[in-house]
Ligand binder design. Structure first.
Ligand SMILES: Nc1ncnc2c1ncn2[C@@H]1O[C@H](COP(=O)(O)OP(=O)(O)OP(=O)(O)O)[C@@H](O)[C@H]1O
Ligand SMILES: [Mg+2]
Length: 245
């Protein structure tokens, strides 16, 4: 069974960017308090609108604030000032439980460092967002198996993260991000640890989801070939976000 088998069951109009705002950063700033008492200003006055099926790349030097911005967009970190709206609702006014629910329903994270749950197998890790959402074990397991196949990991489904290589863990984390068919994928260097062939397969899976389900993509990457395949490219410099394509 392939992803085509699933996607062919659902008839959607062709992906068209701009219809629906999935995620919005409104005047976001972030600073960290340093040991000396001074402030490290990482992000300043950032505005960004992500519409359904839109594909955005964020590039920039190491330490410029790419991961910080992605974490704030995903509600994992709070901005020092400004607001993040998900599906037109402000993260800041939600309870912790509501924020988790919104994240689970709308967002898929591919972290720079994989964050798999060590005590669970690859299959269980991938199925987890669907379990949390209340899917049946059968449905979640089938879908997890399909995604693991797509990232070339079908022979390792029963391995725990400690029994996988770095690139294999990254692929499991990617399968997990895609499992619950989020509206928007936030990916931090998704292909950073992968060989070129596997990287290409992973990018294909992400783009297919974008085409078939209108999934929006926000991808932090140092790979300009990947960045150029997106609708737009932004860079962060001195805390400011600038559109360069
Ligand atoms: N919790 C924290 N406390 C203090 N400073 C932090 C914290 N997290 C990040 N920083 C600093 O904020 C800046 C931005 O970090 P961030 O991880 O967003 O960079 P990045 O653009 O993702 O870099 P890379 O390409 O190396 O992953 C860095 O200078 C970092 O040292
Ligand atoms: Mg980073």
């Amino acid at each position: 069974m392939s992803l085509n088998h699933f996607t062919s069951q659902i008839i959607l109009p062709p992906a068209k960017a701009g219809e629906h705002i999935v995620l919005e950063a409104d005047n976001i700033s972030k600073s960290y308090q340093e040991g000396s008492g001074s402030n490290l200003n990482v992000l300043t006055g950032i505005n960004l609108t992500i519409r359904s099926s839109e594909k955005i790349a964020i590039v920039g030097a190491s330490g410029c604030g790419k991961s910080t911005l992605l974490h704030i967009l995903g509600g994992l970190e709070r901005p020092t000032s400004g607001h993040v709206l998900i599906d037109n609702q402000d993260f800041a006014v939600m309870s912790e439980a509501a924020r988790c629910r919104m994240r689970n329903r709308n967002l898929g994270f591919i972290y720079q460092f994989h964050h798999l749950l060590p005590e669970f197998t690859a299959l269980e890790n991938v199925a987890m967002p669907m379990f949390i959402r209340g899917s049946s074990i059968k449905k979640a397991t089938q879908r997890a198996q399909l995604l693991l196949e797509k990232v070339g990991m079908i022979g390792r489904t029963d391995h725990k993260p400690s029994e996988l290589s770095g690139g294999e863990r990254q692929r499991v984390a990617i399968a997990r991000a895609l499992c619950a068919e989020p509206k928007c994928i936030l990916a931090d260097e998704p292909t950073g640890n992968l060989d070129p062939t596997t990287a290409e397969q992973v990018v294909d899976v992400i783009f297919k989801l974008n085409r078939d389900f209108h999934t929006s993509l926000v991808v932090v990457t140092h790979d300009m070939d990947l960045a150029n395949r997106m609708d737009s490219i932004y860079t962060i410099e001195n805390g400011h976000l600038t559109k360069i394509k």
